[in-house]
Design a protein around this ligand. Structure first.
Ligand code: HDL
Ligand code: ZN
Length: 417
């Protein structure tokens, strides 16, 4: 269909088709190279995703301790019974599971897991991986890679790499410096001691340089609490200023900050035990101003911080908002946040990342997000129409390409489409 959309209903259809047609670059996930054998997948992992565990605890009289003592399959049965059988699965995480089942050709109306288990017990993992890429529309993705992880770190020496899986050097333990971290780096041959002195900071940079050489990451990343401040008289601020940002600049890597998580407010829930807090975006503005040669990726966890994030991005072109993270990844908030960003930043941001921890989640996280991003985009094209400005289909397609792939690709040095 050439030329501009004939009517509003055509417009939303054109936008939806344009967004759906773009192969996605998923800029933040918790998936791994297939050869690492670390990627979670299948119906039991889908159902025991920590979002669903938290929800199950609200509907079930089972204690977390009892739940976590169960075998994985029994945990999955417990979640399924509580959220999908005895109650209506209306939450985003439960609907997501049903989107995955439907997309795989399984019946989402069944009240049992027999068919799903039959599929997953017999599917060829490599074939399933390709199906997930096809059904989700993801062309490539960025992992979360921890050089201090005892299982993952050794795999980087020998395991086969899939070019669709880009690395991200995740440095939470380094920035949340402890004597144990110092001991670990020292044990690995870096003359690092606690407390960290100037030479130690140089050694931390050498540690980064070694892992950047090993992983070829697209960015360095960290999650930070709402209390994160800069400048401040802290070891975290020193490592950030004297090791992390110089290393990022030296290697041409963006620094991705994920701000607003309050860790383990309910430790009994394990991975489901983290919460959200309000962050101060002035901190981000100070970093962008002090380090104008560094590029920053930023996602924030609190809905209330999204507007200030947009304002900060208007002030600093070296700041790129990305995604609707974690508690933000719900249809209402994805649509609201994307509209806000379009209205304040035009198309100069990355609307979404999946944050997928389970391979199959790529299917629902992207099917749902593409729909909500397209709705937000349509609202802006309608504003153009009201202003008397025709919208060309070619413009809509170009915008979709920027938002769903090329903005992320250009920022992290991946090939554009
Ligand atoms: O720190 C992070 O990258 C977060 O995404 C955590 O992994 C969090 O537990 C999560 O899974 N959010 O969706
Ligand atoms: Zn994550």
């Amino acid at each position: 269909m050439l030329g501009y959309a004939e009517s509003m209903s055509d417009l939303s259809l054109v936008v939806r088709e344009a967004v759906d047609a773009i192969p996605i670059l998923d800029i933040h996930t918790h998936l791994y190279h297939p050869s690492f054998g670390m990627t979670l997948w299948g119906i039991d992992e889908l159902l025991t995703y920590h979002y669903l565990v938290a929800e199950t605890m609200r509907f079930s009289d089972i204690t977390p301790e009892t739940f976590f003592a169960m075998p994985k399959r029994m945990q999955a049965d417990t979640v399924w019974d509580a959220l999908f059988v005895r109650n209506t699965p209306v939450s985003e995480a439960t609907v997501g599971v049903l989107t995955v089942l439907s997309s795989l050709g399984l019946d989402p109306n069944r009240r049992d897991l027999t068919e799903a288990r039959e599929y997953y017990d017999h599917v060829n993992p490599a074939e399933h991986l390709e199906r997930v890429f096809a059904l989700s529309g993801v062309r490539s993705l960025v992992m979360t890679n921890d050089p201090l992880h005892p299982v993952e770190a050794p795999l980087w020496q020998s395991a086969e790499r899939d070019p669709r899986f880009h690395a991200a050097l995740r440095i939470d333990p380094i920035l949340n410096w402890t004597p144990d971290v110092a001991a670990h780096l020292h044990e690995k041959g870096y003359s690092v001691y606690d407390p960290l002195d100037h030479h130690g900071l140089e050694e931390v940079q050498r540690f980064f340089a070694d892992w950047i050489k090993t992983m070829s990451p697209r960015y360095m990343a960290v999650s930070l609490p709402p209390s994160f401040d800069y400048p401040e008289d802290s070891i975290r601020a020193r490592i950030l200023k004297e090791a992390v940002l110089p290393a990022c600049h030296a290697h041409g890597l963006p620094f991705a900050m994920m701000i607003g998580v309050r860790k383990q407010v309910n430790p009994r829930l394990a991975d489901a035990g983290d919460s959200v807090g309000l962050s101060d975006m002035a901190v981000v503005e100070r970093l962008c101003e002090e380090f104008p040669e560094n590029k920053f990726l930023l996602t924030v966890l609190a809905r209330e911080n999204q507007h200030a994030l947009c304002v900060a991005a208007r002030k600093f072109a070296n700041l790129l908002p990305f995604g609707c993270w974690w508690f933000m990844n719900n249809p209402l908030l994805v649509e609201e946040t994307t509209r806000m960003r379009l209205e304040m930043l035009g198309t100069s941001f990355v609307p979404q990342h999946s944050d997928a921890r389970v391979l199959d989640q790529l299917i629902y996280k992207w099917q749902h997000s593409r729909r909500d991003i397209a709705t937000a985009m349509t609202s802006r094209y309608e504003a153009l129409e009201r202003a008397g400005r025709r919208v060309e289909v070619s413009e809509i397609r170009a915008d979709a390409k920027r938002l769903m792939h090329d903005n992320a690709a250009s920022w992290i040095g991946a090939p554009s489409l």
